[in-house]
Design a protein around this ligand. Structure first.
Ligand code: AMP
Ligand code: MG
Length: 327
């Protein structure tokens, strides 16, 4: 079985191709980089529209498969930005109709988890999923990926990217902020906001920008912000690990590439006798391969969607999705 998957939820337009054994035959991704501020959904959608054809052809070539070899088309229907989602969905529907193949709906967050499980060979991990748009701590229980902690406002990646922009640094912002943090020497006091199992980063952002105006040393500010944010995450992850008693802790999403975050979470895992694993860099950020692979898992369990019902779902929560392949 060969499934082609399309990712277009935010800044990345990606096409991946995967087979039933979990081999990734192609993973081609084109990333929209905003000129000034944050992602403009309509501009990102325009980028996706312009690169779609080239990315698709390249993926087929790299995988060495023909369109007629495909058994199903998987599409990330959400969560994400409406205009971006619609570009991928349009292409997926067109391919499904043209090839007379089923369309398989994939939730973007489930895909970040499944590609991490595949590539780190984890069975039943507690997952820490940190990206530009999401901050979620999740584990499988009773048929679904349940949420054991999330952000109440902005995502961790978005938070540090915004701070980077305010500091005049280029994107992606997280490694930029971390590079300055590594030259910091002093940790200042900032708001530490954890409510139950949920985190809030917007107060931290406001406070950081205020300190900046007051003339704090930028390196110290970055160090403080990064350490506060990762400590909040570690606290929530630790409680989730203690509660779920999972024996693996897996880090996924774009920010999984952070060495400092890896270090902090590895310590949490070790204290609870859990094995710590990180998704490989190639599959950390948004990518087509994760949609293709999750498409394989879903399609094997008969999950398809009629074209006329394949609406995009901007706010499709992780814990709304049935995950029969884990049951
Ligand atoms: P995603 O939305 O999953 O593609 O992830 C995007 C996020 O990953 C952004 O917040 C980036 O700043 C962050 N990011 C990109 N490269 C790195 C890196 N090398 N280390 C840490 N974070 C990164
Ligand atoms: Mg993502």
């Amino acid at each position: 079985m060969i499934v082609l998957g399309i990712e277009s939820t935010a800044h990345t337009f990606g096409v991946g191709i995967a087979d039933e054994e979990g081999r990734i035959l192609a993973n081609i991704n084109a990333i929209y980089v905003p000129r000034g501020g944050g992602i403009l959904p309509r501009e990102a959608a325009r980028h996706h529209f312009l690169v779609a054809d080239k990315v698709l052809r390249r993926a087929l070539k790299v995988a060495n498969v023909k369109l007629r070899d495909l058994d199903a088309i998987a599409i990330a229907l959400g969560p994400g930005m409406g205009p971006c989602l619609r570009v991928g969905a349009l292409m997926a529907r067109a391919l499904a109709v043209k090839l007379n193949r089923p369309l398989v709906p994939v939730n973007h967050c489930v895909a970040h988890i499944e590609i991490a499980r595949l590539t780190t060979q984890s069975q039943d991990p507690l997952v820490v999923y940190i990206s530009g748009g999401n901050t979620i701590i999740s584990a499988f229980a009773e048929g679904r990926y349940r949420i054991f902690g999330e952000t109440l406002d902005i995502a961790l990646g978005n938070f540090l990217d915004t701070l980077a922009r305010e500091l005049g640094l280029p994107q992606p912002g997280v490694p930029q902020v971390e590079a300055l943090a590594s030259k910091g020497t002093k940790i200042i006091e900032l708001p530490y906001i954890v409510k139950g199992q949920d985190m809030s980063f917007s107060g931290l952002l406001t406070a950081a920008l205020r300190k900046l105006k007051e003339g704090i040393r930028v390196e110290d500010l970055c160090l403080s912000v990064v350490e506060y944010a990762y400590a909040m995450l570690a606290e929530v992850a630790e409680r989730a690990l203690a509660h779920t008693r999972k024996k693996e802790l897996v880090l996924t999403g774009g920010v999984a590439r952070s060495k400092r975050l890896q270090e902090v979470l590895r310590q949490v895992a070790e204290e609870h006798d859990a094995v710590f694993k990180v998704v490989p860099d190639e599959y950390a950020g948004d990518n087509g391969a994760m949609i293709a692979w999750t498409g394989v898992l879903a399609f094997r369990h008969g999950i398809t969607i009629p074209i006329e019902k394949s609406y995009v779902k901007q706010r499709w929560r992780l814990d709304e999705v049935e995950v029969p392949w884990r049951s």
